[in-house]
Design a protein around this ligand. Sequence first.
Ligand code: SF4
Ligand code: FE
Length: 481
Amino acid sequence: MALKTGDEYLKSVADLKLEAHMMGHKSGDLGRHGLVKPSQKAVAFTFDAAHDPATQDLFCVESSLCKQEINRFTHLHQSTEDLVNKVKMQRYCGISTACCFQRCVGLDAANAIFSTTYDCDQEHGTDYHQRFKEYWAWVQTNDLVVDGAMTDPKGDRGKRPKDQVDPDLFLRVKERREGGIVISGAKLHQTGMLNSHEILVMPTLTMRPGEEAWAVCCAVPTNEKGVRYIYGRQASDTRKLEADPLDVGNSFGGQEVMTVFEDVFVPGERVFLDGEVDFSGTLVERFASYHRQSYGGCKVGVGDALIGATALIAQMNGVAKASHIREKIVDMIHLNETIFSCGIACSAMGAPTASGNYLVNLLLANVCKLNVTRFPYELARLATDVAGGLLGTMPSAADLNDPVTGPYIKKYLAANPNYPVVDRMKVLRLIENLVVGAGAVGYLVESMHGAGPPTAQRIMIGRQANLEQKVEQVKNMLGIA
Ligand code: SF4
Ligand code: FE
């Protein structure tokens, strides 16, 4: 069964019986939990879209491994067209959910591990690539959600992993047992973790000789013994627990989880890098570049939702025709499409790896993500400007429904008579969600730090730009020796 429906996915993830520590309580039955539900709904969307006649051509693709029709969210890219289609698919999911739909991290990890294990085997005579192919064919056939886990806590930023007071501050191989390894450490900022079946653990940075214990890549089931989840708080998160959904702004949503690996055993067939420090950097660089490409789709889609909401609130406020409002909305579109252009460009300029799958153009993927660290903030600023101050002062749904205060709210928040007040409130709550509420974690904070902060992209841009060649060309042009 290679194409689950959204409901089948929800059941399969409920069957994992995951538990998380959430605001002082240990919670199970997460699919029914008000905080988790919106994020599971967002992942379920990626399954239903593969069955929707309007989108199945984009979401369904033939697997290179098992030759079955699979969901593109588990596909190993076979061409630049596949890379372009990935970005288009992400944009579509972004505008449809206005949040992080979580499934791209595993896709990006898989494509990075596929080519890195191949290269590592060529150099070291290991057999990681075949292991990974077998593992990933199983993921594709069962249409699983995989969380790519890269970010270690990192402790004292001025020290290497082996020099930290606590060696677990970078996830490591702690012990070797018959048939496998035991890992210990944590991964932070895991958006899709609680909604995933599997985890692909990767190193967080380029390891050096002497740091072999930290150069580890492996797969772990999310319900494995020793894996613990501690739920992250977000702005306005408990609004999701209130009876009336109006104040939440979006029925889809994201979440973040700290994941602790307490002496977790990983069998040998699920280990894809174990001490080959010279390939840790390759893996990090390829994963990061794929995920920086991803932001050229998903954040553009969320930007589409914000632009749509901003244009709609302008109509509702009766200012849609004002030239300064139109200019601001055009500015938002320009910024958003600039990000998309980078996402498409790094895909179209991608190239095959020695293993056969396709890798994005690293320079352009990093340019894409560097724009993402800035443009959504400007989009949010413009949306706040157009929406007006009511964005920060609007009464609650409970007061709208109250027999005493409700009539006043309806009387004094009335604007364009073509729209009921409650609809105006809905649009303002969506904008609020994206610019200062729970959705801003995915749209703003994650745009800054997800797939690496801006400095990481600057380093890669500096490395990839071939500056020396440009200098030589100018020298030649000017006849300078
Ligand atoms: Fe996908 Fe974007 Fe979420 Fe990353 S941040 S998992 S690319 S939706
Ligand atoms: Fe992300």
